[in-house]
Ligand binder design. Structure first.
Ligand SMILES: *[C@@H]1O[C@H](CO)[C@@H](O)[C@H](O)[C@H]1NC(C)=O
Ligand SMILES: *[C@@H]1O[C@H](CO)[C@@H](O)[C@H](O)[C@H]1NC(C)=O
Ligand SMILES: *[C@@H]1O[C@H](CO)[C@@H](O)[C@H](O)[C@H]1NC(C)=O
Ligand SMILES: *[C@@H]1O[C@H](CO)[C@@H](O)[C@H](O)[C@H]1NC(C)=O
Length: 351
């Protein structure tokens, strides 16, 4: 298994991990300290320096963020006027011919009014081959330093390396928020069939996709989030969230970032930080776990509840074809995602 499974985490697995998981180790004391810091530091996120959060180590040099370093140039060159962009992580497992990257881009080309979004897409390459491929396609690319984590080998799902990569991703995205950029984060095993920006305009701090959506957009207690697709606004509340989230890394050994965020959300972190969070309806932001019921509404399709990039590729391609044929009809009947079901039976990883 490779990083192509990054967003494929089964929420059912996640919720189990949460139930049986140990306390994250964030003490009430440090929470209080953080809240005090947050409220003591109003103002636009651009004004935040690393010293605003002395309890947490800043991974980047704060002075550099003012300078036009490589990341600054990449973000400026990719984002819209309102400092909004789309971010996806690219690794070498995705770059083969007719692989995950090609399918992702194909969906953007063939989707309804989605092609222009490629101009605002930043591919964050975690290895040299991925970076070169990105450059060759003349897309917006940024090479993320792996900081000692070996991205060159295949990372098996939920292995130590896989989990390290996920946390490195969280650390990177925190830095993007700190620089004042809002973004849609998307896994690459997602078809983009329509422009999500048309629906992500509610002004919430965080709008996040769900493996299973319970019909209530503001209910944090039972919507099962999937961190493979979300829109986040850069502000003091969301930066505080990422500080807590990334800060929980060391006390969450063996848990991946999504499980930790799910646990934090059940523990009330969004309420504590006064964040407005919308859980995205799977009729619009759908996946294999819960399919959209309406071809006219569907915006994205995520190969969640599925392990293995080959299975994902086969089934996503079939979904793309089905949508193109039946676009315009309301009663969505998707192909059975056969390959994923087979993979599921073999691995017995998903319930
Ligand atoms: C940013 O600008 C784009 C393009 O004009 C728009 O679609 C999007 O809704 C804006 N985002 C926010 C958060 O205002
Ligand atoms: C995790 O622990 C390592 C080693 O003690 C430390 O260097 C690092 O800053 C810690 N990271 C976080 C996010 O707390
Ligand atoms: C889908 O259908 C709508 C209206 O029926 C049409 O405007 C649109 O171009 C179609 N999109 C694709 C990608 O075929
Ligand atoms: C939708 O399609 C399903 C399966 O093809 C069918 O059983 C159902 O009756 C259809 N519903 C409507 C409202 O057409």
């Amino acid at each position: 298994m490779d990083l192509a499974t990054s967003g494929a985490a089964s929420a059912r697995e996640s919720s189990k991990a949460v139930v049986v998981g140990r306390r994250t180790g964030i003490t009430a004391c440090s929470l209080l300290l953080l809240s005090l810091l947050i409220y003591a530091c109003p103002g636009p996120p651009e004004l935040f320096s690393s010293t605003a959060f002395p309890v947490l180590q800043h991974p980047f040099d704060a002075r550099k963020s003012v300078e036009r370093d490589e990341l600054g140039i990449a973000l400026e060159g990719t984002s819209m006027k309102n400092k909004t962009l789309i971010i996806a992580i690219l690794n070498k497992a995705y770059i083969g011919e007719n692989g995950m990257l090609d399918l992702f881009l194909l969906s953007l080309h063939q989707g309804e009014n989605t092609e222009f979004l490629i101009n605002y897409l930043l591919l964050v390459a975690v290895d040299e081959l991925a970076f070169n491929r990105c450059k060759a396609l003349q897309l917006h690319c940024y090479h993320l330093d792996s900081e000692g984590v070996s991205f060159s080998k295949e990372a098996f799902y939920m292995s130590g390396n896989f989990i390290k990569m996920m946390w490195r991703r969280t650390q990177f995205l925190r830095e993007v928020l700190r620089r004042g950029y809002s973004f849609i984060f998307t896994d690459m095993d997602i078809l983009w069939l329509r422009n999500p920006l048309t629906r992500l305009n509610g002004g919430e701090d965080l709008q996040i996709s769900c493996d299973n959506y319970n019909g209530q957009p503001f209910d944090a207690t039972s919507n099962l989030i999937n961190t493979g697709f979300y829109f986040i606004s850069s502000n003091s509340r969301t930066i505080a969230l990422f500080n807590r989230w990334y800060g929980a890394m060391n006390s969450s050994s063996g848990m991946k970032d999504q499980d930790v965020l799910l646990k934090m959300s059940f523990d009330g972190v969004f309420e504590q930080l006064d964040m407005k969070v919308r859980y995205l309806d799977t009729d619009y932001f759908s996946g294999f776990c819960q399919k959209s019921k309406d071809f006219r509404k569907v915006i994205t399709v995520h190969a969640n509840c599925c392990i293995g990039s080959n299975a994902k590729l086969i089934d996503l391609r079939a979904f793309l074809e089905a949508w193109k044929i039946h676009n315009g009809t309301s009663n969505a009947s998707w192909p059975k995602h056969k390959s994923c079901l087979l993979a599921k039976n073999r691995k017995l990883i998903l319930v």
